[in-house]
Design a protein around this ligand. Structure first.
Ligand SMILES: Nc1nc2c(ncn2[C@@H]2O[C@H](COP(=O)(O)OP(=O)(O)O)[C@@H](O)[C@H]2O)c(=O)[nH]1
Ligand SMILES: [Mg+2]
Length: 326
């Protein structure tokens, strides 16, 4: 696969612009990162490498905070409120929000995007918003979600990722985010099942939102009891916040926790890439891919042997084609 040098130079220029320019430049960069065509692979690697160099030079650190939970629990509303408080609290803070929308691969979650953007009060120019369709066959986060968050983490101080906590995606968020927050609404019978379904094993922090609703008190006790059973080692140590994104109750306390977490958990992409390379291999090549990757010594080794995620993808494609033919 050859990519014309001018495409690579153009991609690096887009990255440089995103470093100094505004929202439009960042959007262009993200579109380049999301481009699934093989011809975009090397330009993307070059753009990300340029961002990494710049980040290293200025000592940039950032964190990726994941917010997951059932649809309708109030994640987007809460994130909009948090974004307002976080940017108000720190006048230099630059924040990106990525909303992963599994339900509508075609609409790209535009509605949700508009609403969140509208509701961020205070300093919307320091808040970049992007929504993304997850739409992988396995129900998890797309490898491009990883790439997008990685690029944003090189540009912004904090990246907030909203995902729906169903199926594979809540396991994936563990591999993408430095901290995972689970948002639940006051419980009905269905949601009680949901607590038992294993999802409460992932989060670092629990948020009971819609605390303006009467059922929220009993929910707190049910959640505590479930945590004693599911995670006895963590016991009472797991934080449970009670918020109402509608009235604002509890939101400042939660914002404090986000700030503290962002400061104390900074991202290391090198440790995250293998999981998403693995996921990409299985998505693209299924079991044959899995076997090939094992023969190659696993994702971590394969990535280390090829400079850049995209280069590794191209090399893997070539290797498996050779072995399937041979
Ligand atoms: N009563 C109440 N409603 C809320 C609260 N937070 C969000 N909502 C509403 O719940 C619905 C779903 O919110 P949304 O943020 O889109 O949930 P998401 O699917 O988890 O992102 C919307 O109609 C919100 O206005 C809250 O704290 N209290
Ligand atoms: Mg939402």
């Amino acid at each position: 696969m050859s990519t014309p040098p001018d495409r690579i130079a153009a991609a690096v220029a887009v990255a440089q612009e995103a470093l100094t320019g505004g929202r439009y430049a960042v959007s262009r960069l993200i579109s380049l990162v999301e481009d699934v065509r093989p011809s975009a692979v090397l330009p993307r690697d070059a753009a990300i490498a340029a961002l990494e160099d710049a980040a290293r030079e200025r000592g940039h650190r950032s964190s990726i905070l994941g917010v997951t939970g059932t649809p309708g629990s109030g994640k987007s509303t809460l994130l909009a409120a948090l974004a307002g408080l976080l940017t108000a609290n720190d006048p230099a803070l630059r924040l990106a929000i990525v909303a992963v929308d599994p339900s509508s691969p075609t609409s790209k979650g535009a509605l949700l995007g508009d609403r969140t953007r509208m509701n961020v009060v205070g300093a919307p120019e320091r808040v970049f918003f992007r929504s993304q369709a997850s739409a992988t066959a396995l129900g998890g986060l797309a490898p491009s979600t990883f790439q997008v968050c990685r690029a944003l983490a090189l540009l912004f101080d904090v990246v907030l990722v909203e995902t729906v906590g169903v199926g594979q995606s809540e396991a994936d968020i563990r591999h993408l985010a430095d901290r995972v927050y689970l948002v639940i609404a006051p419980l009905g019978g269905d949601e009680l099942q949901y607590l038992k379904a294993g999802i409460i094993e992932v989060p670092d922090v629990f948020i009971i939102n819609k605390c303006d609703e009467p059922a929220s008190r009993s929910t707190y006790h049910q959640l505590r009891a479930s945590l004693w059973l599911a995670r006895p080692e963590a016991g009472d140590g797991l934080p449970i916040f009670r918020t109402s994104a509608r009235t604002g109750a509890g939101v400042p306390q939660l914002a404090e926790a986000f700030i503290t977490d962002a400061r104390s958990h900074s991202s290391s992409v090198a440790t995250k890439a293998p999981h998403f390379f693995d996921a990409w291999v299985i998505e693209e090549w299924g079991r044959a891919g899995k076997r090939q990757l094992q023969r190659e010594g696993g994702a971590e080794r394969f990535l280390a042997a090829h400079e850049g995620f995209g280069r590794a993808q191209l090399a893997f494609d070539a290797a498996i084609r050779r072995s399937l033919q041979g």
